[in-house]
Design a protein around this ligand. Structure first.
Ligand SMILES: Cc1cc2nc3c(=O)[nH]c(=O)nc-3n(C[C@H](O)[C@H](O)[C@H](O)COP(=O)(O)O)c2cc1C
Length: 152
């Protein structure tokens, strides 16, 4: 059974693509990882047996998480789940031409680390522009290289 769950929110598919790339890169390194769209995610996904979580989310609307992910955060906020003892990694997609570049990362840090008590095990990955750009592909690869040994 997978030990890691990646939950992503994506409007035009950029974050979704990165989510599945990260899954296949981690699988190549022998890690079992499930991927779920935030539309389908709920409180039960955070209270199950996963040890590690990767949250991936694009930023829209002046620094806010993409709406599907925002809705997920609202669904779980009333239940105040604890992520104590869980390892957390975060991926943000955005565009540095906007004032609040990857603002969703701050919102996720507030929710999953500050409020729910998860352990941030790696600096969040921030992707500036299209993930298909060579430099962004390299950033993802380098980040996954660092992340893989940190999760069991
Ligand atoms: C109308 C609009 C607003 C955006 N606002 C932001 C923003 O505030 N901060 C940011 O970093 N990126 C912003 N972006 C860039 C998107 O986050 C970026 O295109 C991202 O790759 C989209 O990923 P997705 O397809 O997974 O939703 C915006 C893009 C558009 C078109």
């Amino acid at each position: 059974m997978a030990n890691t769950l990646l939950i992503y929110g994506s409007l035009t598919g950029n974050t979704e693509g990165v989510a599945y790339n990260v899954q296949s890169m981690l699988r190549e390194k022998g890690k079992e990882i499930d991927v779920k769209n935030a539309i389908d995610a709920d409180i039960a996904d955070l209270t199950g047996s996963y040890s590690n979580y990767i949250f991936a989310c694009s930023t829209w609307d002046d620094g806010l998480p993409v709406s599907d992910f925002n809705d997920f955060l609202e669904r779980i906020s009333s239940s105040q789940p604890s992520l104590a003892g869980k390892k957390i990694a975060m991926i943000g997609l955005g565009d540095s031409n906007y004032v609040h570049f990857c603002g969703a990362i701050s919102v996720m840090e507030q929710a999953f680390i500050a409020k729910m008590g998860g352990e941030k095990i790696i600096e969040p990955l921030r992707i500036d522009g299209y993930p298909e750009m060579e430099e962004n592909k390299t950033h993802v690869q380098e980040w996954v290289e660092k992340l893989a040994p940190l999760i069991n």
